[in-house]
Design a protein around this ligand. Structure first.
Ligand code: PEP
Ligand code: MG
Length: 910
């Protein structure tokens, strides 16, 4: 007969079955308790019930595998032997704790029960053994309360409900006229235990179980059940932890931090988790049990300040343990400990959670201390690439945010589309923003809109942040603000915006135009009023040059890290930029070229000339209007080429439908008519003609240049004239002309012909030639599937994953905010597909395009310029399918560089 499956693993001085390698089965806590035991650290003996039991439990109507009972009994007998005490014994009782522990830590999301094994008999033995009656009854009181809360489910269900046990405790303290639990006498604690038990009987109809074996199984079941509690589910969804992982349960002999003043309990980090400063730090409480530290009943003391003074020996032990753990795990540890009678006991260790600031500092310091290699420092687990954002953006002071929350300033939450903190006066219209800026260039504004359109661009530039009620992560507002490096929240559906009244309403709170508002683009949270921000030192060094590199420790570490990043990565990183200023910022962030210049953005500075072109009905009139635009485009391109100084610049021909550029209200149409010498009605008629029911699938992209070849000719001329001029001035140029929205090879052939003919003409006129390429975006499923045909004409492909996602999924990139959160919450999609590439769908099309494209043209250059180009998971995917570069907004360039390095390092380790 095959051996029965092993469901239980023991740890203790006389034998340990598990190790840190068994985290999938034992959970993080169980695996590390085993590992610490193997390291000879002081760990109370215990055992771990594996995550496979949790899965069995849920697959079998909350039953356990039949073998579990026997295995738990055997493991408990081992603990009894190690501790020299017996579970349930009325003379020398063993008490245990029962705690959850998933593969990845989910702090505070699941349940814990302490002091299991106490009843009216064992409590007396505990009092006698410890010589401390108060301690024994305090432990018993805590146990009954925890058992009632966690196992019997009597904890309050929402904020409005009171915890019946806390209420009874408060009443007892009031009657006894004392402030702290620790001031209650044994007699008062005894009364409290009786009251708690009565409460349980009244509420559940059953007696509190006095049998320790029943108690421990009750606790085990409660921990398994807590895997599926609401907050655990939400946490897993937020951090991408699969529901199938399950939790382990750790049953461990109790040690006591509440036996007297030479006892304590605490949580510590071996380095600071906010900024990464070295040295053990954390919170502890003298004469207390674990949950007191987190419960906030008594204010804990700072370990690093007070412990050396009042508990010097245990502090020294703790420091030594911390050093040993860091050396062993080669990372910062977050530990839980108990000091019992002057001796430190370890209850948990895990890699510490940390901010982006701390992540960078810790990784760099650990390399410099010789604990890890440079490649280790780059691991995505140590520095999630997205967290680099925190180093670049102004951030809210966490304390200021907490204060604002307490003061009732919290308003709503939307999609966190552009990271950063921004605060300013509410402004609803781009034109108003411009007017206010004209009066005061330092004006701080937040542009609050239902959604934004290209016409709002100027207002967006002026605003410190952008907040919209509609739109998703690749809506116009989102991508433009990211490109500008501005804080942005989109799809904030709780906002009711009334342009007419000039108000924004959330529930019963009404804010008016000009009222202050603060948005946290990291989290999507919106606050009324001004919340204080701090500028990023890296921006001060690299962009505004208001700080010297040598004066900023943060910058120094960033620079060191990014050097290792560039040594490791294979993917090139470019930027999406339309202006020299953006291009220069991106270069400062490490961009190696422009992957997408959206030429239409340039037209907004000359909107009336552009409108004249659109309104023209005859080719000659259109050409005349285009002739006015030519010098502007040429200057813009020349500016970009100069800024990029020989790096490749991908310029995309006009893409959006023409009606987007026309005025839609009658007064605006009248005003434009006056300027152009035609009637408002004529303009209205043209607007009507250009109206499309589904403009995103309408007359846009290369379809414009094919029907109106003069537009392509003008744009190509502007590109090549600028390229020749800049080359003549001694600066190298590498233009790459990109045709948008190609689905059929003949579309590209048509446009390529125009581009190349124009190039030849310009080269002749200018007497100089430049090397250039003609390629296309792959942003339609047909283009991906027919990539072999398209590559016959294209010298490069750039994946336009915004449109490719929209057309593959049949989800409008501008209208998905209404249901995407619901989809996320119901696990229908694992991510927002406009933020992270849908690898199973869109990703497969990309793969097909890469393979087919390279089959036709071996050296085909491949990149991505959709918003996904700055998303770490998508960058890793792009590395995997063999792209040459990713292109993203300037402020995401460092993130993409790091993600690219992480992909390369992970590849090497395979
Ligand atoms: C895309 O579709 O991914 C793209 C980059 O083009 P745009 O966002 O301008 O449509
Ligand atoms: Mg597109």
């Amino acid at each position: 007969m095959a051996d029965a499956e092993k469901y239980v693993h023991s740890f203790g001085p006389s034998g340990t079955d598990g190790s840190a390698k068994m985290r999938d089965l034992l959970g993080g806590k169980g695996a590390n308790l085993a590992e610490m035991t193997l390291l000879d650290l002081p760990v109370p003996a215990g055992f771990t019930i594996g995550t496979h039991v949790c899965n069995y439990f849920y697959a079998h109507d909350k039953q356990y595998p039949p073998e579990l009972k026997g295995q738990v009994e055997a493991a408990m007998a081992k603990v009894e032997k190690e501790m020299g005490a017996k579970f349930g014994c009325t003379k020398n009782p063993l008490l245990v704790s029962c705690r959850s522990g998933a593969r990845d830590s989910m702090p505070g999301m699941m349940d814990t029960v302490l002091n299991i094994g106490l009843n009216d008999e064992t409590v007396k033995a505990l009092a006698e053994q410890s010589g401390n009656e108060r301690f024994a009854w305090d432990s018993y009181r805590r146990f009954v309360q925890m058992y009632g809360d966690v196992v019997l489910d009597l904890k309050p269900k929402d904020k409005t409900e009171h915890d019946p046990f806390e209420e009874a405790l408060d009443n007892k303290k009031k009657a006894a006229k004392v402030e702290f639990d620790s001031d209650l006498t044994p007699a008062q604690l005894k009364e409290l235990v009786a009251e708690f038990k009565q409460l349980i009987k009244t509420r559940t109809g059953h007696d509190f179980p006095s049998d320790p074996v029943t108690q421990v199984w009750g606790a085990i079941g409660a921990v398994f059940r807590s895997w599926m509690n609401d907050r655990a589910i939400v946490y897993r969804r937020t951090y991408g932890i699969p529901h199938e992982w399950g939790t382990a349960v750790n049953v461990q002999a109790m040690v006591f931090g509440n036996l007297g003043d030479d006892c304590a309990t605490g949580v510590a980090l071996t380095r600071d988790g906010a900024l990464g400063n070295p040295g053990i730090n954390g919170d502890f409480l003298v004469n207390a049990q674990g949950e007191d530290v987190v419960a906030g009943i008594r204010t804990p003391l700072r370990i690093e300040e007070t412990m050396p003074k009042i508990m010097p020996k245990p502090f020294e032990q703790l420091e030594q343990i911390g050093i040993k753990l860091e050396k062993h795990y080669r990372d910062v540890q977050d530990i839980e400990f108990t000091v019992q009678k002057g001796k430190v006991w370890m209850l948990q260790t895990r890699n510490a959670k940390r901010t982006g600031f701390a992540a960078v500092r810790i990784a760099v310091d650990l390399v410099n201390e010789g604990l890890i290699s440079k490649e280790d420092a780059l691991s995505a687990k140590r520095i999630p690439a997205d967290d680099l954002n925190q180093l670049l953006q102004p951030i809210y002071d966490p304390a200021a945010k907490r204060k604002a929350q307490e003061a009732g300033q919290y308003l709503a939450k939307g999609i966190n589309a552009g990271p950063g903190a921004a605060a300013g006066k509410i402004c609803f219209h781009a034109a108003d923003a411009e007017a206010l800026w004209a009066k005061d260039p330092n004006v701080q504004l937040i542009l609050v809109r239902r959604e934004t359109s290209p016409e709002d661009l100027r207002g967006m530039k002026i605003a410190k942040g952008i907040l919209t009620a509609f739109g998703g992560a690749s809506s116009h507002a989102a991508l433009v603000s990211r490109q500008m490096g501005k804080a942005c929240i989109v799809g904030c559906g709780d906002l009711e915006i009334d342009y007419h009244k000039g108000t924004v309403t959330v529930g019963d709170k009404v804010l008016k135009e000009g009222d202050p508002i603060s948005i946290d683009g990291f989290t999507g949270e919106v606050f009324s009023g001004l919340v204080e921000t701090r500028p990023s030192e890296i921006i001060q060094v690299l962009i505004s040059k208001t700080m010297k590199a040598a004066d900023s420790g943060t910058y120094g570490r960033y620079e060191q890290l990014m050097k290792w990043v560039d040594e490791a990565r294979k993917l090139n990183v470019r930027t999406n930029a339309d202006e020299p200023k953006q291009a220069l910022e991106a270069i400062a962030f490490g961009a190696e070229g422009i992957g997408l210049c959206r030429t239409e953005h340039m037209f907004f500075d000359h909107i009336d000339d552009f409108r004249e072109m659109i309104l023209a009905t005859e080719v000659a009139d259109r050409e005349k209007a285009l002739g006015k635009l030519l010098p502007f485009q040429r200057d813009d391109f020349a500016g970009l080429f100069k800024a990029m100084a020989g790096r490749p610049v991908t310029i995309r021909l006009l893409d959006p439908p023409l009606h987007e550029f026309l005025p839609h209200s009658a007064p605006e149409q009248e005003a434009l008519g006056k300027k152009l010498g035609i009637t408002g009605e004529a303009i209205a008629r043209r607007v009507q003609e250009l109206h499309e029911f589904n403009p995103m699938l309408g007359h846009r992209g290369c379809r414009l240049g094919i029907v109106y070849p003069e537009i392509t000719r003008m744009q190509a001329r502007a590109i090549f004239e600028a390229a020749c001029d800049v080359k003549k001035s001694g600066v190298d140029v590498k233009p790459e002309v990109m045709v948008p929205l190609v689905g059929f090879k003949p579309e590209l052939v048509d446009q390529e012909k125009l581009i190349r003919e124009t190039a030849e003409k310009v080269f002749k006129e200018k007497g100089v030639k430049v090397d250039y390429m003609v390629g296309t975006m792959i942003e339609l499923p047909r283009a991906a599937v027919c990539a072999d045909q398209i590559a016959e004409s294209a010298e490069f492909f750039s994946f336009g994953t915004n449109d490719l996602t929209q057309t593959t999924l049949g989800m409008s990139r501008d209208d998905y905010a209404g249901y995407i959160n619901f989809y996320r919450e119901h696990d229908i999609v694992p991510n927002d597909p406009f933020q992270t590439i849908d690898q199973d769908g869109v990703g497969q099309l990309m793969k097909v395009a890469v393979e087919k494209g390279r089959k036709t043209r071996k050296g085909l250059k491949l990149g991505i310029c959709g918003e996904h180009g700055g998303d770490p998971a998508s960058v890793i995917f792009c590395h995997t399918i063999g792209l040459d570069y990713v292109s993203c907004s300037p402020f995401r360039v460092p993130i993409a560089r790091l993600a690219a390095a992480q992909a390369a390092v992970a590849d090497k380790k395979k």
